[in-house]
Write a protein that binds this ligand. Structure first.
Ligand SMILES: Cc1cc2nc3c(=O)[nH]c(=O)nc-3n(C[C@H](O)[C@H](O)[C@H](O)COP(=O)(O)OP(=O)(O)OC[C@H]3O[C@@H](n4cnc5c(N)ncnc54)[C@H](O)[C@@H]3O)c2cc1C
Length: 425
């Protein structure tokens, strides 16, 4: 019997260590020195590097990468269980060497990079010696890659890139930017002449690439392969976001339940009011539906491939935003006025739900993917009636019992009554 929802005791020990470490080390750092784990200033490094070292010593660094690339090689299912903890804490992904957008970029390098590209960019990214960004979306269109115009033209032993990108997260502080061109994916050092970073939006940069020259060796993967690389990158990124969203909604749920038991109104704790119970019951079911969808998707990736799991990944993508929106809203509501302030994580969590429905591809596009892929497994019904049209099915089934019905009037009456019952509606 292969179905199993249990966790191996040795891995559970790792999970317990991660939970304690995040609660006792990562959360205090987040609260007192926000952002320190992402910064490269000496004082920030002095605070965050010892934590990162503990993670490395424990063999949990760069959790998403295979063993031969320096990660623990856990696979996606175990990564999902770990991300269910890390996603609760702002800096935990970077303290564990698994922060976006570097993770997706590293996955592309790991899958498509030459040995030279890996040693130049993958290993330094993995060690957080450098940071990266991903430039795909353009001002005139994000959801439809056919609208992208940024292009590289070969000139001797260089590629010359021209175009304009929008919403490149962390572009202004990246060392290298992965630029999706209509004819390939290119690695561009941010300081290359011609890379013009606009002042806004502040964290998701608008960037112009004006005659940006890079060596031929900065083409990643095959020429014209950008869409395939982008799919590979975004597929991994989406499922990792979904894993961390499970952590977020569980945090909201914990806050909802704690508050429901702590507060009184109209003579009883609010947990005893039925509408509060409904909020808890609906949230419990929705969180577990999301969680099982994510774990099943992770399992599929481990047992086949990201490509094979693309319908499931798309379903995770639009489900996580919806569950985050609904559960964080209910929790916020149950905390009353306190919930509307920034004194708990709930308001930011709820305000982040629309972002989740847009980043990594808008939900509508993912719903289209799911519907199209699911429909490949179906055919139109052959005649006028659906396959499940009961009178036709019953006529067919009666043939199986024809001899009995003909020989036994009591059984014939019973079968005829079933026909009349359907006719009555
Ligand atoms: C927090 C955040 C971080 C991001 N980081 C990056 C990054 O690092 N690099 C990067 O390149 N991009 C990044 N993006 C951009 C993101 O990829 C795009 O926002 C996304 O692909 C949607 O593109 P758009 O914003 O141009 O919206 P549009 O494509 O203009 O879509 C707007 C709306 O139109 C409707 N719509 C669009 N297409 C369809 C359709 N096929 N069917 C039905 N309705 C549709 C939907 O309602 C959709 O919400 C980020 C976005 C966010 C919010």
């Amino acid at each position: 019997m292969a179905w199993d929802f249990s966790t191996e005791p040795e891995f559970q020990e790792q999970l317990d260590w991660v939970a304690d470490f995040c609660r006792n080390e990562v959360e205090p750092l987040d609260l007192v020195f926000p952002g320190a784990a992402y910064l490269r200033e000496p004082k920030a490094k002095m605070l965050a590097d010892p934590l990162k070292q503990q993670v490395k010593d424990r063999g949990l660094w760069a959790l998403f990468l295979d063993r031969e690339l320096g990660g623990p090689g856990f696979g996606q299912l175990k990564l999902a269980l770990l991300n269910e903890i890390l996603g609760r804490y702002r800096s935990a992904p970077v303290v564990f060497g698994t922060a976006a957008p570097d993770t997706g970029n590293m996955e592309m390098l790991a899958a498509y990079g030459t040995e030279e590209q890996k040693s130049k960019w993958l290993y330094p990214l993995m060690n957080q010696e450098i940071f990266s960004a991903y430039s795909m979306t353009e001002p005139q269109g994000g959801s439809d890659p056919n609208l992208f115009k940024t292009r590289a033209v070969r000139d001797g032993d260089e590629w010359v890139i021209n175009g304009e990108k929008w919403f490149t997260s962390a572009g202004a502080r990246a060392d290298i930017i992965f630029v999706m061109c209509t004819n390939g994916m290119f690695v561009v050092p941010r300081v290359t002449p011609g890379v013009e970073i606009m002042g806004f939006p502040p964290n998701h940069n608008h960037i112009r690439y004006n005659n940006v020259r890079v060596p031929l060796g900065n083409l990643l993967g095959p020429e014209d392969g950008a869409k395939v690389l982008a799919q590979r990158r975004l597929g991994g990124g989406r499922i990792h976001h979904a894993m961390r969203t499970v952590a977020q909604v569980r945090l909201a749920f914990d806050m909802m339940c704690e508050r429901a038991l702590s507060r009184e109104s109209h003579g009883k704790v609010i947990a005893e009011h039925q509408m509060v119970q409904e909020a808890i019951a609906d949230s419990y079911a929705e969180i577990n539906m999301l969680r099982l969808l994510v774990l099943w998707t992770a399992w599929t990736i481990d047992n086949s491939s990201t490509r094979e799991a693309r319908t499931q990944i798309a379903a995770c993508k639009y489900t996580m935003g919806k569950v985050l929106r609904d559960v964080s809203y209910r929790a916020l509501h149950i905390l009353g006025s306190l919930g509307t302030t920034n004194l708990t994580p709930l308001q930011a969590m709820w305000a982040g739900a629309p972002t989740m429905a847009i980043a990594d591809g808008v939900d509508e596009v993912h719903k289209v993917t799911v519907a199209r892929n699911v429909l490949k497994g179906y055919e139109p019904h052959p005649g006028l009636w659906p396959t499940e049209y009961i009178p036709a099915k019953r006529d067919e089934a009666r043939k199986k019992y024809a001899t009995l019905i003909e020989s036994d009037p009591e059984l014939a009456a019973w079968a005829d009554a079933a026909v009349r019952a359907t006719a009555r509606g």
